[in-house]
Design a protein around this ligand. Structure first.
Ligand code: PRP
Length: 217
């Protein structure tokens, strides 16, 4: 049982969920991790010779890194923007590409573009949604959900949703369409600002390994 993480090793926060398998593959391919790991593991700390890996919920990765419990981590722009965490983002990892979108039922498209009054928006990204509509001068009521966001307009919980779209399959299978693009998102390596100074050699080595593997494709 690990009570304290060894300070000599780098501690890495791995995001459970859609980025997990691609992150493990990337870390395998550049020699950071020498084994496969299942995100269904009940064990939440994995120790290797050089690293402590923490299996955390994707949304929590910026928190672990910002507070310095993890020195580095992997997080999508969607999660980073939503959290507003103060961390370095030195490498775009070229995985987890998706787009943050406004989506809804096709018959509601005209209402969206015709100076609507208050729109009801369901999302797991309340901060991103508030900022986006604030800049457009559209009043919104945000209804925060934690998953299956596409259900909300189908059952009248909200007029539209703000969510990530990767393949577009979830929208299609639920008869929803993209109304407007907010911004693209991809996974970033994130680094704690203090660790970047105190463990600079170890972190620079990781950054180089990741960048080399990205160049090779
Ligand atoms: C995400 C997102 C969409 C879906 C988009 O959900 O919230 O629902 O993936 O992917 P697609 O365009 O390839 O269909 P996730 O799988 O994380 O599950 P959740 O509904 O539990 O949040």
């Amino acid at each position: 049982m690990v009570k304290k993480l060894s300070p000599d090793k780098l501690t890495v926060a791995l995001p459970k969920g859609r980025l997990f398998d691609q992150t493990i593959q990337l870390f395998n391919s550049c020699g950071i991790l020498d084994r496969t790991v299942s995100q269904n593991s009940r064990k939440l700390i994995l120790e290797t010779e050089g690293f402590n890996f923490l299996l955390v919920r994707a949304k929590d990765v910026p928190t672990y890194v910002e507070y310095g419990v993890a020195d580095i981590g992997v997080a999508g722009d969607d999660v980073l923007l939503e959290s507003g965490a103060d961390v370095y983002r030195p490498v775009d990892l070229g995985i987890g590409a998706c787009t943050i979108m406004v989506a809804g039922l096709p018959e509601d498209r005209d209402r969206y573009f015709s100076n609507p009054t208050t729109l009801k928006i369901s999302t797991k990204y309340p901060n991103i949604a508030r900022e986006f509509f604030g800049k457009k001068g559209i009043k919104v009521q945000i209804i925060e959900l934690y998953g299956s966001i596409e259900l909300a307009p189908l059952v009248g919980l909200s007029d539209f949703i703000v969510d990530i779209v990767e393949t577009g399959r979830t929208l299609r299978e639920n008869g929803l369409v993209v109304i407007e693009e907010i911004r693209p998102s991809s996974a970033k390596l994130i680094v704690n600002r203090v660790s970047y100074k105190t463990k600079n050699e170890l972190i620079t080595d990781i950054i180089e390994k990741l960048e080399n593997s990205l160049v090779k494709g």
